[in-house]
Design a protein around this ligand. Structure first.
Ligand code: AMP
Length: 290
């Protein structure tokens, strides 16, 4: 496995792989890799011949009062996980190389970033779409894998790739959860034992929505309120939003449609967590792990 820090080295390694007829895959991450990230790597390895994992804690997607400086950076552990998974190239750029003096070009979608997460984190998605565009330009992958865990993020990226004709197939992989349902997140390490127990209320509220909708309840306003109440009934949890939305536009729905997505965000202790569940009215199987 090659570990490189410069654009030149990435381009050289990818050019060689491509010259050998290999199909290039990319998994962008901020590191602190867990089984969720590794599921993307596994999926990417099945679809492509040369897998590039990028590890970059991207400052432009953090707000001024967010956890940029304390975000975990266990690089050696991450590299070991990548080695074990058979990754071909890890790209770990430094901040000044990504954002040189005088940097002023951003990629920004018009509407999608303003909803949900964007209301709480106004500059977050501009940072995400800019860094993902840069990584796509550097790696030039055929396929890139993202997690459903960050539902709004993958929606924006798919829209951006379509709108700007980027020749990249975007694959969205199911959310990996702990056995008790908690979605894996690099931020879970901030939670105390007590907060971790309370954090289960996010997934519980999504299941509540799914159960009520599948049972024929059409009162989405009432369901949203019940989701918020359920989260708020747990100590340390301050709900931010609970919504049932169109799977593509993320607009809040008035009444059920065949496929919807329930999304929640809450602060648990000092840690902001998000989760979501796609609800397919006609599928009888309970969606666990998605
Ligand atoms: P991050 O390092 O948080 O920027 O995440 C990198 C990628 O991993 C993103 O595409 C995330 O959606 C994905 N990811 C994070 N957590 C999970 C999870 N629990 N299951 C699946 N994918 C995940």
């Amino acid at each position: 496995m090659q570990v490189v820090e410069t654009v030149k080295e990435v381009r050289k390694a990818v050019a060689e792989a491509r010259a050998g007829g290999e199909w290039i895959g990319c998994v962008p991450t901020m590191g602190a890799l867990h089984a969720g990230h590794m599921s993307l790597v596994e999926d990417c390895s099945e679809r492509t011949d040369f897998v590039v994992v990028t590890i970059f804690v991207n400052p432009t997607q953090f707000g001024p009062n967010e956890d940029l400086s304390k975000y975990p950076r266990p690089l050696e552990d991450d590299l070991e996980k990548c080695r074990e998974a058979g990754v071909d190239l890890v790209y770990t750029p430094e901040v000044p190389a990504m954002y040189p003096e005088g940097f002023e070009t951003y990629v920004k979608l018009e509407h999608l970033p303003k909803r949900l997460e964007g209301e709480h984190r106004p500059t977050h998605f501009r940072g995400v779409t800019t860094i993902v565009t840069k990584l796509f330009n550097i790696v030039q992958p055929d396929v890139a894998c993202f997690g459903q865990k960050d539902y709004q993020q993958q929606t924006l990226i798919r829209r951006m790739v379509r709108d700007l004709d980027m020749p990249i197939e975007i694959v969205v992989c199911p959310t990996v959860r702990e056995a008790d349902g908690l979605a894996l997140s690099s931020r879970n390490i901030y939670l105390s034992d007590d907060e971790r127990r309370s954090a289960l209320s996010l997934y519980a509220s999504l299941q509540l929505a799914q159960d009520r909708i599948k049972a024929g309840d059409t009162d989405l306003t009432g369901i949203r309120q019940a989701m918020l109440d359920l989260m708020a009934s747990h100590s340390h949890v301050t709900p931010d939003y609970a919504t049932i939305a169109d799977v593509d536009s993320l607009e809040s729905l008035d009444s059920p449609v065949p496929r919807m997505v329930a999304l929640v965000a809450a602060t648990v202790g000092q840690t902001r967590l998000i989760d979501n569940l796609v609800i397919d009215i006609h599928s009888r199987r309970r969606t666990h792990g998605a």
